[in-house]
Design a protein around this ligand. Structure first.
Ligand SMILES: Cc1cc2nc3c(=O)[nH]c(=O)nc-3n(C[C@H](O)[C@H](O)[C@H](O)COP(=O)(O)OP(=O)(O)OC[C@H]3O[C@@H](n4cnc5c(N)ncnc54)[C@H](O)[C@@H]3O)c2cc1C
Length: 422
């Protein structure tokens, strides 16, 4: 429009139409770009999933770290997928990462859970380390060297009480030390760094916590207990005395209560649920193959156990939609700390963990019943023994009882929405 010319209503409408269509074009281009990036990530994840599947039985039988799969993840740069592009990553969304967990879970539960735990730590660093030069450098290194991060929250006999720490950070000027009885740290010996909770100082209350990143050169591990577990055997979730020293800059600049509410808890529950859904999907695949074979062998008549496949399918579908809805909710609230910290959101994300683990267990149980003895045996192509052992970790990985007890009071405060769409 020429300066000084008064715009007619028609011209203004036309201007708005052009602007809208340009904006639509930009949005479509941006979403196409995102779709292309997602597709590329999934193609790379598929390559890792193939490697994970090849070694899954040995990883389980030998209770060993899935080195081949994690090496493949490094080669495909999957460890830095969620780091922003300006630091060297792909800027993958939470949905993308959870989808990768699902894909890996279909092939090797331990690989999927290791990836889920690593990504949870990355999410905390990306969101809460923005104002810290030390953590920005760490993320750049993570991208360049494909560093694998482990997580330490479990301490002493306190089990899954993530929001309390016993061992304090000891301060000497700008240097810090920490010695904690870390009774469970998955893949601690294979990791390049450990991100741990700790009490802020010797004077602080147990709930006044910080989150600190230590790199391998910063700590020594002294084994407390091994890991000969029922399932998730490749996570190598052994116990150690963790003795660490570093600079005060390694403490994330945001207090752990905020990190926990905004990122650690929701992201972990989403990523774990993705991995568990993958395990459940793999069990359903076996049950479907078994029922197809039985139907074919029975001259086209469905075997009576087919009803269990129907149940397995249905609970898997519910599980998938539960995760999808929670992902949408998390991604919609991601730039709104108040929404993330609201009682309703916190309850929803805690219940996601409880419900997803229960649905995943139910799905694998139905798959096993569909296969009958062929599912129960370890030496059958339709065995779901490994899936069942792996999935039984889900209700105890932060006990569902503990979560339900912690959010009990919130149920009294909330009211039932008037509409189904609220
Ligand atoms: C595969 C796997 C990998 C893991 N990896 C890691 C890791 O890398 N890093 C890490 O720090 N931790 C890790 N953990 C540990 C996990 O985070 C929990 O700390 C652990 O699963 C809790 O163990 P627990 O059952 O002994 O403890 P608790 O939480 O003490 O639970 C013990 C029992 O007490 C009951 N209970 C406890 N509290 C309550 C309550 N308030 N109300 C009612 N009942 C209650 C429950 O019934 C529960 O069965 C991992 C766990 C698994 C299974």
């Amino acid at each position: 429009m020429n300066a000084g010319k008064i715009m007619t209503l028609h011209e203004a409408d036309e201007d708005r139409r052009v602007a809208r269509s340009a904006m639509r074009g930009i949005l479509i281009a941006a979403s196409n770009l995102h779709a292309a990036d997602s597709a590329d990530l999934m193609t790379r994840a598929e390559k890792v999933a193939v490697v994970a599947a090849t070694h899954a039985a040995a990883v389980d039988a030998e209770s060993r770290f899935p080195k081949e799969a994690i090496d493949a993840a490094r080669a495909e740069r999957l460890l830095s997928a969620a780091v922003p592009p300006e630091l060297g990553g792909d800027g993958a969304s939470t949905s993308d990462i959870v989808d990768v967990c699902y894909m890996l879970g279909r092939n090797c539960a331990s690989t999927a859970m290791i990836y889920a735990m690593h990504q949870t730590k990355v999410a905390c660093l990306v969101r809460h380390g923005r104002s810290s030069a030390w953590h920005q450098r760490l993320l750049r290194r993570l991208c360049a060297e494909q560093l694998l991060l482990a997580s330490s929250t479990t301490e002493g006999r306190a089990g899954g009480d993530v929001r309390n720490s016993s061992a304090p950070i000891e301060w000497r000027d700008s240097r810090i030390t920490l010695e904690r009885q870390a009774t469970v740290i998955s893949y601690a010996e294979a990791a390049d760094g450990i991100v741990t909770t700790a009490r802020r100082s010797p004077e602080a209350a147990s709930s006044d916590q910080v989150l600190v990143a230590f790199l391998k050169d910063d700590y020594a591990l002294k084994r407390l207990n091994g890991w000969d577990a029922f399932g998730m055997r490749g996570t190598c979730s052994e116990g150690f005395t963790l003795s660490a020293a570093g600079s005060a800059e390694q403490i994330l600049p945001v207090s752990y209560d905020k990190i926990h509410a905004q990122t650690m808890m929701p992201f972990a529950h989403l990523a774990w649920s993705g991995a568990w859904a993958g395990i459940a999907a793999a069990a359903v695949d076996r049950a479907r193959a078994f029922v197809r074979k039985a139907t074919h062998g029975g001259g086209g008549t469905l075997p009576p156990a087919a009803q269990h496949l129907t149940r397995a399918n249905a609970s898997l579908r519910t599980l998938r939609s539960l995760i999808t809805a929670a992902l949408q909710r998390f991604e919609a609230a991601t730039s709104d700390p108040a929404a993330l910290e609201s009682i309703d959101f916190q309850t929803g994300m805690n219940m996601l963990k409880v419900n997803a683990s229960e649905l995943a267990v139910a799905t694998v149980m139905s798959a096993m019943q569909a296969c009958g003895l062929a599912g129960y045996r370890n030496d059958s192509e339709f065995s779901v023994g490994r899936h069942l052992r792996d999935i039984l970790s889900s209700p105890v990985m932060i006990s569902n009882d503990r979560i339900l007890a912690n959010i009990g009071a919130a149920s009294l405060l909330s009211s039932t929405p008037a509409s189904l769409r609220d």
